[in-house]
Design a protein around this ligand. Structure first.
Ligand code: ADP
Ligand code: ADP
Length: 232
């Protein structure tokens, strides 16, 4: 489903170039949950952002669902990105919009009419367990509820891939559990391929099928979680 090959990413940086990724290759199979673990500064965020080309690799190819994103025009990339949803550590919700309107937002951007948007958003509210919060604003929600909105918004464009950028790092352990369970449920029910980055081993052990360990911009190990790490 995802094939990153020979990815090099070098940032200009104020005190000379920063080599964030030094030739990284990963392959993610359709329907699996793939984790990337590493310390702060290892290159995780750069790597996951290369999958949807939010960061453009300096060298290397990015193929998602058979399409080579790394050679596309911006215009084609906009379309291709609809297959790739993303959720964030700090949720990135629009504070002036309700729960419903946050989820509807990406669909408004692509010009869907009101009725079609409602038909998409109501089942998503149900899926993430927030039907009764549809008219609340983000400031009225807990961290876990905000991330549920983030997940529903990411799913609105019916992506095949969901990218999770430290999605549980701002949450307490109990809330982390419930979000991980929701992600697992979505993975199973929708057959969605999930890629997540984390610095927490527990997240990897709990829901990932395969894992890559990144250190200093290099993947030092990659394989099934049960082979690389003992069960908890
Ligand atoms: P992680 O997500 O594992 O913490 P990052 O991908 O954020 O790692 O960062 C990898 C390296 O690239 C770090 O040294 C970081 O300081 C650097 N870096 C990240 N983004 C930028 C940027 N926009 N400009 C310059 N350096 C950056
Ligand atoms: P722009 O290119 O004008 O910045 P985008 O469509 O890239 O607009 O994104 C606008 C907002 O909508 C962002 O906050 C982004 O998180 C959200 N968004 C857009 N598309 C998706 C998607 N497929 N999944 C999740 N969120 C999305």
């Amino acid at each position: 489903m995802i094939n990153l090959s020979g990815i090099v990413k070098t940032y200009p940086g104020s005190s000379g170039p920063v080599h964030a990724l030094k030739g990284v290759s990963i392959q993610v199979n359709s329907g699996e949950i793939f984790g990337v673990i590493g310390k702060s500064g290892a290159g995780k965020s750069t790597l996951i952002r290369c999958i949807n080309m939010l960061e453009k690799p300096t060298v290397g190819t990015v193929v998602v669902d058979g399409q080579e994103l790394s050679s596309m025009s911006e215009r084609d990339l906009r379309d291709a990105r609809k297959k790739i949803g993303m959720i964030f550590q700090h949720f990135n919700l629009l504070s002036s919009r309700t729960v419903y309107d946050n989820i509807a937002f990406p669909l408004e951007l692509v010009g869907w009419d009101k009725k079609k948007i409602e038909d998409a958003v109501l089942p998503l509210l149900d899926l993430v367990g927030l039907s009764d919060k549809r008219n609340q604003y983000p400031s009225q929600l807990s961290g876990g509820q905000k991330q549920r909105v983030g997940i529903a918004r990411a799913l609105a464009s019916r992506p095949k891939v969901l990218l999770c950028d430290e999605a549980t790092s701002a949450l307490d352990p109990q809330t982390t559990q419930s979000i991980l369970e929701l992600l697992k449920d979505i993975n199973k029910r929708l057959g969605l391929t999930i890629v997540l980055i984390t610095h927490e081993m527990q997240v990897i052990k709990q829901i990932c099928d395969r894992v890559a360990v990144i250190e200093n911009g290099v993947i030092i190990e990659q394989g099934p979680v049960i082979d690389l790490f003992a069960k908890p």
